[in-house]
Design a binder for this molecule. Structure first.
Ligand SMILES: Cc1cc2nc3c(=O)[nH]c(=O)nc-3n(C[C@H](O)[C@H](O)[C@H](O)COP(=O)(O)O)c2cc1C
Ligand code: SF4
Length: 587
């Protein structure tokens, strides 16, 4: 026993000589725990010998005790405060969860405090103006300025390097025209639709009540009403806060069928029909996947499933609210389209479409084959990119799963052209849309309109602290905490939401004018240039070539033969009755 304790003392002595290295560990977090779990005498020796060797570590904590005694005679309230600090330090010393607190009682809390405010410190003092984290300071600034109706111009010149690989620019015309009418609307609804929707060219992307606070939902919806655009409900269904303001809604139906499910979580036609016919609901969107976590599903933890959220979603309060990774209502492309037709019928003929992030191109080709086979054509498709936002997603999914928006959009646009149905399906696109130029780029690649999520969050006051998954949003945007959301003034933020959308659409129309175009429908990839990885400027259309209309329909045609091999093989492998594993038996 004595030998063991002597070894312990020697070990701690050697630790004393490494004080510097140890100190850096406290701040960078990779410090190996020197305070191993030991009982009895070992623990006492650890506590007292170490403190005798390194009194400075404990001095702040130990100082609280005499300060408590002295201040007792001067001001008992302050004395209680010092006593409380002493007890905090004592608890730090005795607990075994955090090595830092155990070794640095009381003052170790500074490390946690600094870590807590690290994003804000970085953002305010260290962040580069153009560093995208994921949105640069300049991107956020333009949203804040447009939302507040402030001067959004830049003096002196661009901060961007036009020679960097990937740089994109619009070819202006020497016959630029004045900014054209901004009353432009996109008609969504094909021949099978009885109630087409005249949509704005920029809408609020899907974000649920649950991910967002009640006040954020209210402000977005009132903003949508003021600015005559639409708000996508997200998969959390239609909450009372969406209804209060009366702005246009796109009702998203996810795999949890929230707001239209039976007690077992299956789709309920009756419950769907009851809400879908509401005049405020303009379109129905089946969510197949979202760019930030395609194929993952999601869970709203029990703690966040309040009575209100439970009522909105049709689930039990206080229990985990699960969105499965796939739908239970269908499992094949044909099944998806039959669901589209069913929802169209149940909603009284409203436009019905689906949202997805592209994964294997074969699967989207399978949906195209199913359109041909069933003759059921969705009114719209929204293509989301892997760069899109989320309330919470596993890092592997956010970083590495799913196709980026431009590539996915181009694939969907071309596949629909290839089967001759491009004119019957309107395309929406989402993924880091901030400025009019971002919208213009998506339109050039085939989109008819765009959705934005996080830029509207900026308009609400989001400061990109990236704590949306913690329920501790500092701005009241993404939290269910009543006190925190009080900070979000609905009337003021609704005006900002409308103002941001209006100014962004205005900038889009100014860009169109500079290119000499009198309609957004005339924008094509050939109107843009981009710098490839070698630094050479190439037309955007060479990177994203447009497929000839009907090219996929005749395998004998020269147009089909001219397609890239990957598109031809994807088309050949695609099956209308099978999603995954849609490959020939020979493979
Ligand atoms: C807080 C938050 C919640 C979201 N919730 C949903 C959702 O319920 N359903 C959905 O399809 N997409 C959801 N999204 C994804 C967006 O609708 C959209 O697809 C994507 O974020 C677009 O990217 P952006 O944020 O870069 O505009 C959410 C995004 C955010 C930021
Ligand atoms: S302020 Fe932070 S937590 Fe709140 S919405 Fe923005 S990124 Fe999310």
């Amino acid at each position: 026993m004595i030998v063991m304790e002597v070894r312990l003392i020697r070990r701690h002595l050697s630790i004393g000589t490494n004080l510097l290295r140890e100190f850096s560990g406290y701040f960078f977090g990779d410090y190996p725990c020197i305070w191993e779990a030991q009982g009895g005498l070992g623990r006492l020796i650890n506590m007292f010998i170490l403190s005798a060797m390194l009194p400075s570590r404990y001095s702040a904590w130990l100082a609280t005790l005499p300060l408590a005694i002295v201040s007792y005679f001067l001001n008992p309230t302050i004395s209680i405060l010092f006593l409380a600090l002493f007890l905090v330090g004592l608890r730090d010393l005795l607990q075994s969860r955090h090595a830092i607190l155990r070794n640095y009682p009381l003052i170790g809390h500074l490390r946690f405090l600094l870590e807590y405010i690290r994003p804000e410190l970085r953002q305010y003092f260290l962040e580069d103006d153009e560093a995208p984290l994921p949105f640069s300071r300049n991107q956020r600034a333009v949203v804040y300025q447009r939302a507040k109706g402030q001067n959004d111009k830049r003096g002196f010149g661009s901060l961007l390097d036009p020679y960097r690989p990937g740089a994109i620019w619009l070819n202006h015309s020497n016959a630029a025209c004045a900014p054209i009418s901004e009353g432009f609307r996109v008609k969504i609804g094909n021949d099978a639709c009885l109630a087409p929707y005249e949509s704005s060219i920029l809408n609020v992307s899907a974000m649920s009540f649950g991910a967002l606070s009640a006040n954020a939902i209210r402000a977005l919806n009132r903003g949508a009403r003021l600015g005559d655009f639409a708000q996508d409900t997200g998969e959390g269904s239609i909450s009372p806060y969406h209804r209060e303001e009366g702005g246009d809604l796109i009702w998203e139906i996810g795999s949890g069928y929230f707001g239209c499910r039976d007690a077992d979580g299956n789709f309920s036609a009756e419950r769907f029909a009851a809400q879908a016919v509401d005049r405020q609901v303009k379109m129905i969107e089946i969510k197949l996947s979202q760019g930030a976590k395609p194929g993952h599903g999601g869970v709203l933890p029990a703690a966040k499933v309040s009575e209100e959220i439970a009522l909105t979603r049709g689930v039990e309060p206080g229990k985990d609210c699960v969105s499965p990774a796939r739908h239970s209502r269908f499992s094949t492309p044909v099944g998806l389209l039959e669901f589209v037709a069913e929802l169209r019928r149940l909603s009284g003929g409203k436009p019905v479409g689906f949202k997805l992030c592209i994964g294997d191109p074969i699967e989207f080709m399978g949906i195209c084959k199913a359109m041909i086979e069933t003759k059921i054509v969705p009114d719209f498709i929204v293509v989301d990119g892997t760069e899109g936002g989320t309330g919470a997603a596993p890092v592997e999914f956010a970083d590495h799963v799913g196709m980026p928006a431009r590539d996915g959009l181009s694939l969907v646009h071309n596949a629909l052209r290839g089967i001759g149905l491009r004119d019957s399906v309107k395309l929406g696109a989402a993924g880091k849309i901030v400025t009019g130029f971002d919208v213009a780029t998506m339109l050039a690649l085939g989109a008819d309109w765009c959705n934005a999520a996080r830029s509207f969050m900026f308009a609400l006051g989001c400061i990109q602290s990236r704590a949306c998954h913690t329920d501790e949003c500092p701005t009241g945007v993404a939290t269910q905490n009543a006190l925190r959301q009080r900070g979000l003034d609905v009337a003021d933020r609704a005006k900002r939401v409308a103002s941001f959308q209006r100014a962004t659409v205005h900038s889009l129309f100014e860009l169109l004018g500079s290119a000499g175009l009198d309609s957004p429908t005339k924008l094509r990839a050939r109107h843009f240039m981009m710098r490839d990885s070698t630094g050479q400027p190439v037309p955007l259309s060479s990177r994203y070539p447009e497929m000839e209309s009907g090219a996929l329909l005749d395998a004998e045609s020269p147009a089909y033969a001219a397609l890239p091999a990957i598109l031809r093989s994807s088309w050949e492998m695609a099956r209308a009755h099978q999603f995954s594993g849609a490959v020939p038996a020979s493979r």
